[in-house]
Design a binder for this molecule. Structure first.
Ligand SMILES: Cc1cc2nc3c(=O)[nH]c(=O)nc-3n(C[C@H](O)[C@H](O)[C@H](O)COP(=O)(O)OP(=O)(O)OC[C@H]3O[C@@H](n4cnc5c(N)ncnc54)[C@H](O)[C@@H]3O)c2cc1C
Length: 400
């Protein structure tokens, strides 16, 4: 590219994570000339993810081949509650959203390959540094690519730049993230572990205030061992790493393992935002705050929403409509139909669980620990709660 050259595309996607590549794939597939810019030099790396998800969303987003990145299918989850017995959830019980453990760097590259297969172009080591706006409409970005300043123009920009999206701020959609909705995470990938790697392990409460410790198994006695802590509950002079080190030091089975890499990052677990669009601009994935507020998982929702964003972006190009009203009617309406109720429900459950007193929580766990979870499903659990703790059930019902 020559100095001062201006690039022009129909659709510009900022960020080549799962949401951005999926948006690019479906924009290209529906006829839009699409460019993805990514600030890192390698898509998917370094991995900033616990790498747990399910298989349930793949068909919806037309992904047929997952063998390369789906490395472990777990039998279930073992959940440890403070002061109560461990719960083992197996088989069809799947409300934790944890069913498979993946290689995120391979998934992200595969999603980019699918987009490229549909005709999308990619530029690595290229960061958006500001939005170009004309008469209030977003018309592209100024970017820094391999040390050069470049201008990239597009009819519509999709901000897929993740947690703390700058595109969202530049576009006037957000100011800042509320601290009470941020979970601060730290994770080791550990090798040499001596635990049953057919299960995921979740330790609620005591080791991770306002969050949980996760152990997501990988091949060869490895696992992602990490935690998320509510930002506002982190003690002064302590970091999430300190909490994780304390957890590992307290468990013989984890002390044997060694960390072979570490990652830190944030996840936003608030309610769904009221608006993720502006004239000529759409946000998608973590940038649009669609993470599951209970699990902190954002890959599935980001990809599902990315498909809609890509299809609508191509539709905008065909119809020559890029205004906020059009995006609200077509993009916001479609993704909200798909995801909003579930995000709201999970947000309210999370808030409710946080507000239940320690005594009530222990009582609830005591009830659940009496159920034969190997054979049960959600209905059986709710029946048990209704029988033994009708007052808690009443509170739970008020949330649905
Ligand atoms: C420690 C941790 C553990 C997690 N564990 C899980 C889990 O187990 N399961 C799960 O489903 N989710 C998990 N999540 C959340 C999950 O990682 C995100 O929801 C997911 O990555 C969101 O995808 P995305 O495409 O929206 O954004 P991202 O994957 O964050 O991609 C954004 C991309 O934009 C690029 N970018 C940013 N700014 C610019 C710019 N100015 N110009 C160009 N490019 C830019 C970034 O480099 C990045 O590649 C975890 C998150 C953390 C931090």
């Amino acid at each position: 590219m020559k100095k001062g050259e201006v690039l022009k595309y129909d659709v510009l996607v900022v960020g080549a994570g799962p949401a951005g590549s999926t948006a690019a794939r479906f924009a290209s597939k529906n006829g839009a000339r699409t460019l993805v810019i990514e600030k890192r030099q390698e898509i998917g790396s370094p991995v900033r993810c616990g790498e747990a998800t399910t298989l349930s969303w793949l068909e919806e987003v037309e992904i047929e081949d997952h063998d390369r990145w789906c490395v472990t299918t777990v039998k279930g989850a073992r959940i440890f509650f403070p002061g109560a017995k461990m719960l083992e959830l197996v088989g069809k019980f799947d409300t934790t959203g944890v069913g498979i453990v993946i290689e995120r760097d391979i998934l992200d590259k595969d999603l980019a390959k699918l987009a490229i297969g549909e005709g999308a172009e990619y530029m690595l080591k290229t960061s958006a540094v500001s939005l170009i706006k004309e008469d209030g409409k977003v018309c592209g970005v100024m970017a820094r690519s391999m040390g050069k300043e470049i201008e990239i123009r597009a009819d519509i920009v999709i901000g897929a730049d993740g947690f703390e999206s700058q595109v969202g701020r530049w576009g006037g959609i957000y100011k800042s993230l509320p601290p009470e909705d941020i979970i601060s995470c730290f994770q080791y990938r550990m090798a040499g572990l001596d635990i049953d790697l057919d299960f995921t392990y979740l330790y609620l409460g005591e080791f991770a205030p306002g969050g949980f410790v996760w152990v997501f198994p990988k091949k060869d006695n490895q696992a992602n061992v990490g935690l998320g802590i509510k930002l506002s509950l982190i003690e002064e002079n302590k970091t999430p790493k300190d909490y994780l080190d304390e957890f590992i030091a307290s468990k013989e089975e984890f002390k044997k393992g060694m960390a072979i890499d570490m990652v830190a990052g944030g996840v936003e677990v608030g309610p769904p935002p009221s608006n993720v669009t502006a004239d000529g601009l759409m946000l998608v994935g973590d940038a649009s705050r669609v993470v599951n507020p209970i699990t902190g998982g954002g890959v599935a929702n980001g990809v599902r929403q990315g498909k809609i964003a890509g299809e609508v972006a191509a539709q905008c190009v065909r119809e020559g409509r890029f205004d906020h009203d059009y995006l609200k009617e077509h993009y916001e309406a479609r993704w909200r139909d798909l995801l909003e109720n579930e995000i709201w429900r999970n947000y309210m459950i999370k808030e409710k669980l946080n507000s239940i007193s320690g005594k009530a929580f222990a009582k609830l766990m005591e009830t659940l620990s009496k159920v034969d979870l190997k054979e049960s499903n959600l209905a059986v659990l709710l029946e048990a709660i209704q029988k033994e703790n009708p007052e808690i059930m009443e509170e739970l019902q008020s949330m649905f």
